[in-house]
Design a protein around this ligand. Sequence first.
Ligand SMILES: Nc1ncnc2c1ncn2[C@@H]1O[C@H](COP(=O)(O)OP(=O)(O)OP(=O)(O)O)[C@@H](O)[C@H]1O
Ligand SMILES: [Mg+2]
Length: 588
Amino acid sequence: MAVIRLLPTVLINRIAAGEVVERPASAVKELVENAIDAGASRIDVTLRDGGQSLIVVSDNGCGMDRAQLMLAVERHCTSKLPDDDLVRIATLGFRGEALPSIGAVARLTLTSRPPGADQAWSLSIDGGIKGEPMPASHPTGTRVEVRDLFYATPARLKFMKTPRTERDQAIDAVKRLAMAHAAVGFSISDDERVMLRLSAAPLSDPTEERLARLTAILGRDFADNALPIEAERGGLRLSGFAGLPTLNRATQREQYLFVNNRPVRDKLLTGAVRGAYQDFLAGDRHPVVALFLDLPADELDVNVHPAKAEVRFRDPGLVRGLIVSALKHALAAAGHRASTSVSAATLGAFRAASPPAYGFAEAAAAFAPFPRTLDLVTLPAAPAHVSAPTDAGLDDFPLGAARAQLHGTYIVAETADGIVIVDQHAAHERLVYERMKQALADGGVKRQMLLLPEIVELDEGLAQLLADRAPELAELGLVLEKFGTGCVVVREFPVLLGETDIIGLVRDLADEIVELGAAFSLKERLESLCGTLACHGSVRAGRRLNPTEMNALLRQMEATPHSGQCNHGRPTYVELKRSDIERLFGRR
Ligand SMILES: Nc1ncnc2c1ncn2[C@@H]1O[C@H](COP(=O)(O)OP(=O)(O)OP(=O)(O)O)[C@@H](O)[C@H]1O
Ligand SMILES: [Mg+2]
């Protein structure tokens, strides 16, 4: 018979530590959370070897007396659930597990003094063995020292990455907490230098205070290119800042999400962010956001994850809806504003040019000669008044009057107070995309019969996949059917797309459908499919445009929502103010 026994406490705590303290950064996170819960206004962190040989977290919070110290390191001992209420949790901690877990796998020393006490006390636990409290000297507050993390659990030690990686993770954990607690000052240092210093600068306006903190952590660039978010629905409130799509990254690492001021990593939330930006960003690019969701305690369960990094919502649909609509709304209101980082970079490039930026005589020489082609099917015939605005009328046209086309790719326009350079392909792609969406919303895309049906070779799996979706694709304007083995034949396609590389389009669509997976309706994914269609239907770079066509493009951009970036998040145009140009030439 197997013997069933209750495990010794040290072992129980080591097992718990396996979940709670995964790496130095998780210990740092737990200790900083304790300091925040203790009401500290200043928290200083020191790391050695990425936190593996030493972590010190000092705070000026409420401290602990001798008796409290003795309890604090015991499992399931917490001061944070005074009413035994697991629903209304107002603190970051509540499980009473962090200190005993850390104490079981490291050498932990707590030194603490509550306000008014005449001395401090110190207590150590070494690999789970608790020492005796000793009188110590320390100002009001608490200092927690963790040495030799995981020395008692060598298996875990093997999973440590380089000190540098561990250090960066720890800094990231502190940054996330610091974003949500702007009134608290933080510092992180190693043996040599201070790696992060955030002063507590409480401001009367909480939005300003938060922006100041976010700027200190994420940089000026974020502040200059972020839209304030503020929305409420059904007792839920979303606030914070969302980066313009042009400020994008290769990973989701710079998406900072908070629920009731707790940093979380949550699929529902990141999915909602992705959904809101999907119109504006390629699938492999990610926006930078710092979003704070506040909701009543009973809408939320925070007790679902040992490291408290995940939460569960009572009404996930409501949460998603609020985030998607708030972000979309803000992005729409931002209209065709591209990020300043783009124009700043442009300006930098101009400045770097030597000899200085080429003069506009060359630009004028490159002025598109008279129309070689007038087959710009997808741009509706330009009405007469679309010809260039007169100089006096420039004020009314933010994108100005087209003056030249350069390299068959860029339209240079003169505005009331500067110049605008438009990427014609990116811009046109955006227009086709928006029009496509509109057409779908208005009840269907106009189709055009191909005189000679186009046969597209794929492999059998892809061909079948497309054939299965034929009725849905027809609604998008693409009529195709299976043809022999591994081929489809395309009979009709969307008028909007003009002259298109049908083979390329069909292959891309097939790839996209594979990627989206089987269990979805194309209707739901219309927007992303529209993106693919639009990309194929847009004026290619290299196509010469005549002045009427160029001006028509500018006017349509002005009239189209979201025209400041193509659906891959690249800007469609950059603007140089006259003052910028004057600076380039040293006139200012
Ligand atoms: N820096 C500190 N200042 C004052 N009291 C502290 C500090 N750190 C811990 N404590 C006290 O020790 C108790 C135990 O801390 P511990 O982190 O183990 O558990 P917790 O914070 O209550 O819950 P969790 O395991 O979810 O973090 C806390 O409830 C708190 O009363
Ligand atoms: Mg805690």
